[in-house]
Design a protein around this ligand. Structure first.
Ligand SMILES: Nc1ncnc2c1ncn2[C@@H]1O[C@H](COP(=O)(O)OP(=O)(O)OP(=O)(O)O)[C@@H](O)[C@H]1O
Ligand SMILES: [Mg+2]
Length: 493
């Protein structure tokens, strides 16, 4: 009997200890995550707090202040006694206590958010046939304003969550940006945000932010329009899963560049039958190339032009081609779904040769053409060594990554998992140049609007309002040129 009575007591004690340890672990994990998501300014403030505590421990200033405020309670003798304690002990006690408060404070916001989400889902009336409601199991801070909450759905379908989205929003006091299926079938990911990124940004609304030659809009983040200059980059990689907005991004980028860079020459290689680049076909300074053989010829001509430009640079003792001085146009080589070009390596013999040649030429362009003003923009669904060579990857600094399905995919493009954590919203992307990373909604433009704007550009070119510096490189006959490289020789023979 006695045994039976004590057993539940011990069990209860063990249970309590376990849940206490679990709570501490939970607080530590969430405090750590919250800390890493804080802005650099807030991190410095917290670290500064511990430096301040060290100064207090050395000077005993806080004890003197306590004595001043409550002399009856904290006598001079008390302050002197405290001063006798060794510095490491004083600092450890002070900082240990503060650390507990900081962990509690940082961890609390995440844990209370999880509790609020679980409560919100319950209040929204979400439950399965057995009456069990979904609950929040984890929370990750994606940025100072965004969180991803993992939800154990308990069998409640995604559509039910979608239906109750507005209700959930009012319960958790945050905007619900998206609800998508999690990595495991049982889980859903709920994206909460305090600042909502727009789900659609129109090209017309933002294109005026990129008026300088070479400049283009990447997208809009929280209220700000993010732009880049292709001439500074000088190459770019656009990656992401199917249907997430790569081709639309390339189209708006191309239009933006054509509008603000009157002397730009463009070679758009689009192996999906040239569909996405179709509205640009009428532009006299854009060539849309749909097949690999044609692509190789064009790439060879561009490589030959690159060599000529190096010669010019040598002769004029200049560092970079100046379009007006050297009478050379900036050239953009844009390849949508470049993996289709490179992955031919795995196919038949002739295709394999073409693919190797294409890889080699783009490698050269990526490595050498910064000074020659020849720019490469590659769009791809897949980033692997087989689809985009490491040489090309190493030489392309500008990255735009739409949602990808794996952490590895995201890490390959932007060096972290932010693109995997993006909500599944077309046009939502991470823009990364060196260490600067931004989440943006990329501009959207319809095919009809592109056609209208391209027609206007063509009119300006016809009227001579926009003047190129040289004829299209694709029109130059390779065999007339003095070319030493082996690829050109292959074409000649
Ligand atoms: N910036 C955007 N804003 C809103 N919707 C967009 C945006 N970009 C694309 N979309 C929508 O997403 C759809 C797919 O876009 P897109 O064709 O660019 O995808 P993709 O990444 O190129 O796919 P794939 O790899 O299959 O070629 C478009 O038809 C369009 O409706
Ligand atoms: Mg596409």
């Amino acid at each position: 009997m006695g045994k039976e009575k004590t057993k539940p007591g011990i069990e209860r004690l063990i249970e309590n200890v376990c849940s206490f340890l679990k709570a501490i672990y939970c607080y530590l994990i969430h405090a750590g995550r919250k800390f890493s998501s804080l802005s650099a300014h807030s991190k410095i403030n917290i670290l500064g707090l511990f430096v301040l505590l060290y100064i207090l421990s050395v000077t005993n200033f806080h004890f003197w202040m306590m004595h001043k405020a409550w002399p009856m309670l904290f006598s001079q003798q008390f302050v002197r006694n405290m001063g006798m304690i060794s510095l490491p002990v004083k600092y450890l006690l002070l900082s240990g206590f503060t650390l507990l408060l900081v962990v509690k404070f940082l961890g609390w916001s995440n844990i209370s958010k999880m509790k609020a989400v679980t409560k919100g889902l319950k209040l929204a009336g979400l439950k399965n046939a057995g009456g069990i409601g979904p609950r929040a199991t984890d929370i990750v801070n994606l940025s100072p304003y965004r969180q991803k909450v993992s939800i154990d759905s308990e069998g409640v379908p995604l559509e039910e969550f979608e239906r109750k989205k507005n209700f959930i929003r009012s319960c958790v006091n945050s905007q619900v940006e998206a609800i998508i299926e999690g990595d495991e079938p049982k889980y859903l990911d709920l994206y909460l945000t305090n600042k909502l990124l727009p789900k659609r940004v129109s090209y017309g609304e933002v294109c005026s932010h990129a008026l300088k030659p070479g400049q283009f809009v990447i997208g809009k983040n929280y209220g700000q329009v993010i732009t880049q200059n292709l001439f500074d980059l000088p190459h770019m990689l656009v990656a992401g899963s199917t249907g997430m907005g790569k081709s639309y991004f390339l189209r708006q980028m191309l239009l933006n560049l054509l509008e603000n860079t009157p002397d730009l020459q463009v070679y758009a290689l689009d192996f999906k039958e040239g569909i996405s680049m179709k509205p640009f076909r009428s532009h006299p300074r854009v060539r849309v190339i749909k097949d690999v053989t044609h692509a190789i010829t064009i790439l060879e001509k561009i490589e030959s032009e690159m060599k000529k430009r190096f010669k010019i640079l040598e002769e004029t003792d200049a560092d970079v081609i100046d379009p007006k001085v050297h009478k050379r146009d900036p050239i953009l080589v844009l390849i949508d779904e470049c993996s289709m070009l490179y992955s031919l390596v795995a196919r038949g013999k002739s295709e394999k040769e073409s693919a190797l040649k294409a890889t080699q030429i783009t490698d050269n362009i990526a490595k050498l053409s910064r000074a020659a003003r020849i720019h490469l923009v590659l769009g791809t669904q897949k980033i692997t060594k087989e689809t985009v060579s490491t040489h090309i990857q190493e030489n392309i600094e500008g990255r735009v990554c739409f949602k990808v399905t794996s952490i590895q995919g995201s890490a390959l493009v932007i060096g972290n998992k932010a693109a995997k954590d993006l909500p599944k919203i077309p046009g939502r992307a991470i823009s990364k140049v060196s260490v600067d990373q931004e989440e943006v909604q990329t501009p959207f433009i319809t095919t009809e609007e592109i056609k209208q704007r391209v027609a206007r550009l063509k009119e300006d070119l016809d009227k001579g309002k926009r003047k190129p510096n040289q004829e299209m490189v694709s029109e130059v006959k390779l065999r007339k040129e003095k070319v030493e490289d082996k690829f050109a020789e292959v074409v000649k023979t």
